[in-house]
Design a protein around this ligand. Structure first.
Ligand code: ZN
Ligand code: ZN
Length: 348
């Protein structure tokens, strides 16, 4: 018979009670010598030594260093950078846009859900429902933002005053819109089965290129192509520069745009080279086609080539429509149909 059993042996001892009993035995000895404290069996949680201070080895030095150096660092650190767009000091960084302040960021008129399914306008759209207008050569347009006074100022600073740091902000915004567009198209088609064969952009004339030194649409297209994982191809050229489009009505624009945009020399060969590449790990499906149209990962020649055309601002759509018509001609030369989608930074 076991003596000194502290509990009824018929009862099953719980694990927590057994641990407690073992620990008491280690620290204080067996029953009978319960109050003889043994300091060598100090519990690991007991961090206070004889002098009442935590043992040196148990101090969290990373926290302690921060506690000492943080006020010093704040005192000596340079002041925050000014906001790229309003000039006020940036107090808290905005995720993805560290160069602009929170106040400017929340003022960006993002178009999260367009009301017009065709042109991507966030408000009621009389243009797309109007009868008697010319043929539309593109499927739809989506824009990152509404072209309000603040966005006009941002674009003018970038486009006409060459503020390239602002151009980087606009490019990232276009990247956001590209992500939204592909998500939307993948929902409309079979999930995960939509991919652009290539991204291209509205070109500027040689004269304008020499004057400005860059094409803002191409810079925006670079970001969109990177986000979408599609090649950026130079498929179009602009033969001459037109006067400022926003001062003209729709018919004047259409007349002026006739013959301005053409396929770049060798555009069809360039496009052909990319659409005949192996399509492993890609999802080259169209919202107008089914999975069975593809054989062993090779594109079926009856399927349309899907291109994404990028521009900075969509006003009446006449510029992108003219470019889309030329892209259709390029695809015709390859004996293929085309689906042209438009992505613009702003919707006017
Ligand atoms: Zn600001
Ligand atoms: Zn519309």
């Amino acid at each position: 018979m076991i003596m000194n059993m502290p509990h009824n042996c018929n009862e099953k001892e719980s694990p927590s009670r057994a641990r407690k009993r073992n620990w008491n035995r280690q620290c204080y000895g067996e029953v009978g010598e319960r109050f003889r404290f043994r300091p060598e069996y100090r519990h690991p949680c007991e961090t206070v030594n004889e002098s009442g201070t935590p043992p040196y080895s148990l101090i969290d030095w990373s926290t302690a260093k921060e506690a000492v150096l943080s006020p010093l660092h704040n005192l000596l650190a340079p002041p925050g950078l000014p906001c790229l767009t309003c000039g006020k000091m940036i107090s808290g960084k905005v995720k993805g846009y560290p160069e602009i302040c929170n106040s400017c960021y929340i003022s960006i008129p993002w178009i999260a859900s367009p009301r017009c399914d065709t042109c991507g306008r966030p408000v009621g759209c009389p243009d797309c429902s109007r009868t008697g207008k010319g043929p539309r050569h593109f499927v739809l347009n989506r824009s990152a933002v509404s072209y309000n006074a603040m966005m006009k100022e941002w674009l003018a600073r970038y486009k006409f005053r060459g503020d390239e740091s602002l151009g980087s902000v606009l490019s990232r915004m276009t990247g956001v819109a590209a992500t939204r567009l592909i998500k939307e198209l993948r929902v409309k088609s079979a999930p995960g089965k939509f991919h652009f064969d290539a991204v291209t952009y509205v070109p500027v004339s040689e004269e304008r290129m020499l004057e400005r030194g860059f094409n803002q649409a191409r810079n925006l297209a670079e970001e969109a192509a990177a986000v979408l994982g599609s090649p950026l191809l130079d498929l179009l050229v602009r033969f001459r520069h037109t006067e400022k489009q926003s001062f003209k009505n729709r018919w004047q624009r259409l007349r002026d745009l006739q013959g301005i945009f053409r396929a770049a020399p060798g555009a069809e060969d360039l496009l052909q080279a990319f659409i005949t590449r192996p399509t492993r790990n890609r999802f080259p499906y169209s919202i107008f086609s089914s999975e069975s149209d593809y054989l062993n990962g090779e594109r079926h020649s009856s399927l349309p080539i899907r291109l994404l055309l990028i521009d900075d601002v969509y006003t009446t759509g006449s510029t992108v429509n003219t470019c889309a018509a030329v892209l259709h001609e390029v695809c015709d030369l390859l004996g293929r149909q085309a689906e042209i989608y438009i992505l613009t930074w702003a919707r006017s």
